[in-house]
Design a protein around this ligand. Structure first.
Ligand code: SAM
Length: 280
């Protein structure tokens, strides 16, 4: 790799609730840099004010990452040193940062990291769910079909699955998960490192029922058990395949084409899916 004579980017993990979790190295990096690129400058300003740090802030988020990424890299190449933070937790993990890090690597700009809390692994550690092998799935899409496809693609997953979800979407997500996976072991880990930190060890069916009647409050990590060993050979049910086909029909496909596509994706016979569709 070419040796760079310019500045560098430091990713800094910030607390996911409790400000005392900020590390001495994180504070040192924030003090030492020339400027801070932040997902939301108002959120980061609160953190900086708490620690009496004064630094120029620029926003770097999903909607400006392309042009802002280039601008940041230009400044780094010219010799400045920057820190990248997200609103909370580790940058680049379901948060802006991935593109900027890739761009820096492409331009041979040194990147380093001050690790900090990450809600996903913190929740897993606290959940008591099997942590030997796990998969991080981030947020589910808001598009119904994409969500369903994502969930169905995980139907045979044997590892523990970790999802992020906003509280107002949690009831629907639990229902969709129940439909895709059947009943499973579940841990809802909420308000990590905050006053109301809680691990709700339950099942998908019980949680779906509970939160159809009660509004979830706070931030949640959803941890779902993988396929239990005794049922690892399970396949898609005809009803699950038909539900996928219904989404395709709603998007304008003919019943026949929808049944064919869903059959290819699930392994359920096209004729069986078509029969369910036309019987409706
Ligand atoms: N990059 C962050 C990280 O590494 O932790 C994650 C950012 S993502 C935009 C925000 C999601 O993380 C929330 O919707 C929630 O699912 C989860 N989360 C963040 N802080 C949390 C907390 N204190 N307790 C539980 N979940 C949390």
């Amino acid at each position: 790799m070419e040796k760079s004579t310019g500045g560098s980017l430091t990713l800094v993990g910030t607390p996911i609730g409790n400000l005392s979790d900020v590390s001495p190295r994180a504070l040192a990096a924030l003090h030492a840099c020339d400027f801070i690129a932040a997902e939301d400058t108002r959120v980061t300003l609160t953190l900086l004010n708490h620690f009496d740090i004064k630094k120029p802030l620029i926003s770097y988020h999903e909607h400006n990452k392309r042009e802002r990424g280039t601008q940041i890299c230009d400044r780094l190449a010219a010799g400045e040193n920057a820190v990248l933070v997200s609103d909370a937790g580790l940058p680049a993990i379901s948060d802006p940062g991935e593109d900027l890090v890739r761009l820096c690597h492409e331009r041979h700009i040194p990147v380093t990291i001050v690790p900090g809390p990450c809600a996903a692994v913190t929740a897993l550690a606290l959940s008591g769910m099997p942590a030997g092998r796990f998969t991080f799935e981030g947020f589910l899409s808001v598009t119904k079909r994409v969500r369903r496809e994502h969930l169905l693609s995980l139907q045979h997953e044997t590892r523990t699955m970790i999802f992020y979800e906003a509280p107002h979407k949690l009831p629907a997500t639990l229902r969709d998960m129940l439909e895709a996976f059947g009943d499973r072991e579940l841990a809802l880990v909420r308000e990590l490192t905050k006053l109301h930190e809680e691990v709700i060890r339950t099942t998908l069916s019980a949680a779906a029922e509970r939160f159809s009647a009660e509004a979830p409050r706070g931030e949640f990590v959803v941890i779902v058990g993988g396929v239990p060993q005794e049922t690892q050979k399970a396949t898609f049910t005809a009803e699950q395949a038909a539900a996928l086909a219904r989404d395709y029909v709603a998007e304008g496909m003919s019943a026949s084409a929808a049944a064919k596509t869903a059959a290819a994706e699930t392994g359920v016979k096209k004729s069986e899916i078509y029969r369910i569709l036309v019987e409706e």
